[in-house]
Ligand binder design. Sequence first.
Ligand code: ATP
Length: 667
Amino acid sequence: MNTEAVLTDLRSRIQAGYPLLFLKTWEEDRWERELAELVLELERGLVTWTITQGLQPPASGDANEAPSAQLLVSQMARFPAEHVFLVKDFHPYLGDPLIVRQLRDALPTLVAQRKTIIFFGSITTVPVELVKDAVKLELPLPAYEDLRDEFDLALAELRGADDGIVIELSVDDEDRLIKAVMGLTAQEARKAWRRALHGRSELSDEVFTTLIAEKRTLASGSDFLEFYDLDEGVGDIGGLDQLKEWLSQRALAYTPRAREQGVPLPKGMLLLGVQGCGKSLTARATARLLSFPLIRLDIGTLLSNQRGESERNLRSVLHLVESIAPAVLWLDEMEKGFAGVEGDAGGGPDPTMLRLVGTFLTWMAEIQKPVFTVATANSVENLPPEMLRRGRFDELFFVDLPNFDERKHIIGIHLRKRGWKLEKFDIDDLAQRSDGFSGAELEQIIVTALIDAFGQGHVLSNEDLERAWRSTVPLSKTMEDKIFALRNWAQDRTRRATSDSRVTAMLEAEQRNDSLVIPDDDEDELPAWAQLASAGQLKAALVEYVRGDGDVLFASMQDALAPYMEVAGDYGLAARANPNTVLWTGLSQPLCELIVELVSTKRLYVHPTDIERYKQLQKGLRLPVLKEPTDEALPRASWLPSSLRCAPHAVHSARLARIGRMKLASG
Ligand code: ATP
């Protein structure tokens, strides 16, 4: 649930007269602000309580009473009906039988007077005596839309600072910066952005790695998860062109545009293959490509002899991963972790392992959050067959020993990484000789040659590389049969990470169902938004239309969308904070709902605009005109001429952030 959904839930509970709500949160400030706004909207009185201040504002006559938990209930009774009491950190006092009894006795009056007590803090324990009358909720960390607001504030602050940033950010950059801190509280997120962006004029990869490192603490409480720094990128992987291309396409599925067009979130990939050929490296590079933290899970560590403990461990780990999401979850050496699923010595499959596999697969199928799983394995013998079935992972890749071109690429990468110019070396020759060597072994040749040359007091030469090559026996020699069997198995069951030839690569690319391609303005006569609209993607079309135009009047939007949906009707839009502020009328219900959703999820923003623009279109509402939104109560419905944009208004964004649909009297 995001903030908006929780507020809707709380709104209905307060309205329905729930007397006791227990809300757990780590973000006192943010949620106190949200709750205060909600109570105001419900036109109830709000009173807060802390042990240091007592009730604020105090009931008349109570101002001189010292704060006391035992007086809380009697003091609340002195307030008139329709009040909400926000009681902070009260859990230590709920162990007191006297206080619990006072609360129970007060329940009928609370309900009759439509009063709600919200117990609010990082610990929520509901005394058994109150369980039946209480509702317990965990308030979520800021969702993407909430962090958008925080990001706008943080950015404005940074830009305002003397040595602040003058960085230009695209919509996609902002999206990545926001996603990188999901899982943190709003305050932590602001601190992280400040630290990562301060004084920068350019958005480098380093910014993302700094932001992602802030999430390290989230995984640090777990014995099963390991957090990795993102040091290597896709550019560090030699060869594996098919795999890299596939990955960069999946990365697009996390962009806001893909979200608008309903492109599903990728689930992950399984990399099966020969040891030392870059599977782990690819897992690390994937996290960097997506700008997600990389968390490694060793299934073996979850196992316990106690009944049910292993599954409990797995569940709690997966829950933690979700709270860190977006994230790349790396299941390393999966065949070892799940070893025993097939059982041995005719004992049949190990039931614990079967349940673990089942739990994991169900989680992977159902998870709604952006978690991309990369599972790596060196053999298939011990891999649970369910894992390999189509549809579990988005793709199964076979990572083979590198071919000639790939070996050249890998040698080049590792020499360059250590500061050597490639022209000095006969890379073709080394690549030629090293057929059957893995990437890790090629790297080892370079490392050995470097150490030897340095030890002998000369600069690295082709001779050193050749000597190192001679002294290395590739694993593929000793494991030839195993590799051959694996390759055979993989042939029809997996996709190759490397293209065999340009022709096959081209054919495959053509056959691939390319659902991620986003229509381009120049390629077709119709602009992108109209292509989307004719494909039924109205939400995406509307955002695209506003993005393209920059500033769209409600009237123009209605005209533009007319060929694609019913746009006219008996509905209108108004600001929720002040419902007499009418934005536009004469709209159809579906169009109203579309706009309300896009505004509430912060894809679009309402801006007050100059009435002259509407006059030029010869359109307008027959209502008194407002120049700008106001907090004052309006005696009657008034028209705020406004438009839609993709960025919030500098001053009025809060007043116009929530809009609602209203039904107009027809005729
Ligand atoms: P294992 O199954 O033994 O874990 P792996 O397939 O995961 O093997 P990596 O751990 O990724 O292999 O490889 C070890 C190291 O070898 C990498 O960190 C990298 O330095 C180098 N290496 C392997 N393959 C490649 C490659 N394709 N391009 C560049 N470097 C590579």
